[in-house]
Write a protein that binds this ligand. Sequence first.
Ligand SMILES: Cc1ncc(COP(=O)(O)O)c(C=O)c1O
Length: 379
Amino acid sequence: MIPRVWASIDRGALRHNMQRMRAIAPDSRVLAVIKADGYGHGAEAVAHALRDTRSTSDRRPRADWEADAFAVACLEEALALRAARVHAPLVVLEGVLSLEEARLGLREHLQFVIHDEWQLSLLEQLPRGARADIWLKLDSGMHRLGFHLSALPKALARVQARPDWRLHGFMTHLASADDDTASALAQAERFDAALGDTPGLRSIANSAGMLADDSLHRDWVRPGLMLYGISPRADRSAADIGLVPAMTLCTRVLSVRDCAEGDRIGYGGAYICPRDQCIATLAVGYADGFQRALGDTGSVLLRGVEVPVVGRVSMDMTAVDVSAVPDVAVGDVATLWGKGLPAEHQAAAAGTIPYELCCGLTRRVRKNYDPPANAAVSV
Ligand SMILES: Cc1ncc(COP(=O)(O)O)c(C=O)c1O
């Protein structure tokens, strides 16, 4: 069956981006963030794309995974990866939600990020001798998750009372590293002051933090977005950073028609042709994850030309003005974002962020791994 909408996932790009991140933070280990189904790229496939093919003489103890560890949001995501034979170290960023989860976590050798007293209380219900693998998360200023800095000594005392547990280290999350380096550095300073010389590894930087300042790299960096070849900063393109988009989302032209000046296009007739125009209807809509907010603001790439979306995006279809592409034909492939049309640009047009676009793809979108992006599809 010919797919209507497909996301071509370039595994080579994932590996390239991983190398690029290693070059950006050469002295840090990489906790590759593959939550939310690998930001829509397919978490299991992303993890398997990052199996280490290099020689074992490399100094980092990476077993056979290109990332030093992977991070997911919750237990369910971690279990899905284990079921898919991802045996790499796995970190659950939101930690443990119940005693049952704690038990499952032990069985699957998961590392939990513990961010609150109630999570410590859950772990304390595990029998003595159970080796819980944990990180402690500190709230250095984002005020989302994490122990208040003043609560650290008490939390640490509770952890130290359980010598059977393994405390990997401490993490905090940056609120504004993409556009406010000073605030990121201030968070790091508070984190450092609270921890002093407490032994344990440190992790601060997400993708934006990795670019903001080298001092934020510490023992572990935690990039998500850059792994997928997307820039976390408005002032630097992915290409500037040396990243390659891993996902290229495509659809096909379903219909082409000549419209006259004054014709109204789509639902509500919201777009009125200001002149005679050639309009193509694409087989993609908000039910695929091509957001309705892209109506009249987004663009797509057709035969190498960027053309504007006109009128409202419907559930399954989207109109574009192809007057500048005279040879456009039914069956032509349109790139919605990815190679040639960065997701960052499309997200800005929709008034959102590329994270939301990639995570928002629906089950209707077929994922193809490693085919040439924009491969011609005939109808
Ligand atoms: C705790 C934590 N660390 C790292 C990341 C990765 O962030 P990014 O995708 O911006 O690199 C996230 C993503 O939301 C996160 O929640």
